[in-house]
Design a protein around this ligand. Sequence first.
Ligand code: ATP
Ligand code: MG
Length: 165
Amino acid sequence: MITTPIAHRATAVAARAADLSKEYGQGETRVIALDHVTVNFHQGEYTAIMGPSGSGKSTLMHCVAGLDTFSGGSVRIGDTELGSLKDKQLTRLRRDKIGFIFQAFNLLPTLTALENITLPMDIAGRRPDKKWLREVIDMVGLSDRLGHRPAQLSGGQQLGVPPGP
Ligand SMILES: Nc1ncnc2c1ncn2[C@@H]1O[C@H](COP(=O)(O)OP(=O)(O)OP(=O)(O)O)[C@@H](O)[C@H]1O
Ligand SMILES: [Mg+2]
């Protein structure tokens, strides 16, 4: 797996993995998926993680986003060390600070497009800002598809990819 070397940059570090290790299984089925990985993700930048199949990209993403536990090292999002958080605090941090687009969409098939969009906020018991909601929906070109279920949307629409010109 290739990760960018740590160099001094002008922007702050939004997320950081330090000496991060992750093992799956035990004994003969033990796999070292991450072997002391250190990487900084800077604010306002795109970072691409590249590497062969099985090299640990998804594992790294899951650990840095607080979606999975790790075996050694540390992960920080902003000023928060994930290792120090209890389950509830971790849930809150994921809800408020992290957006994650999975390769498999994880849309709920029985909910409409609109209900899928607002689901995390519904679970959190919050109401989305109507103006912002409309803006985001327009941005990804879904305004005339809000009552449709995921199976009635194209692959790009399910992903939330903005339509072309
Ligand atoms: N739940 C799991 N249990 C056991 N081993 C796992 C598990 N998930 C991943 N692995 C193993 O950990 C290693 C890293 O897997 P990971 O999914 O992070 O790779 P990847 O770089 O995302 O690969 P791909 O490009 O194919 O998506 C692989 O050897 C994989 O078989
Ligand atoms: Mg993967």
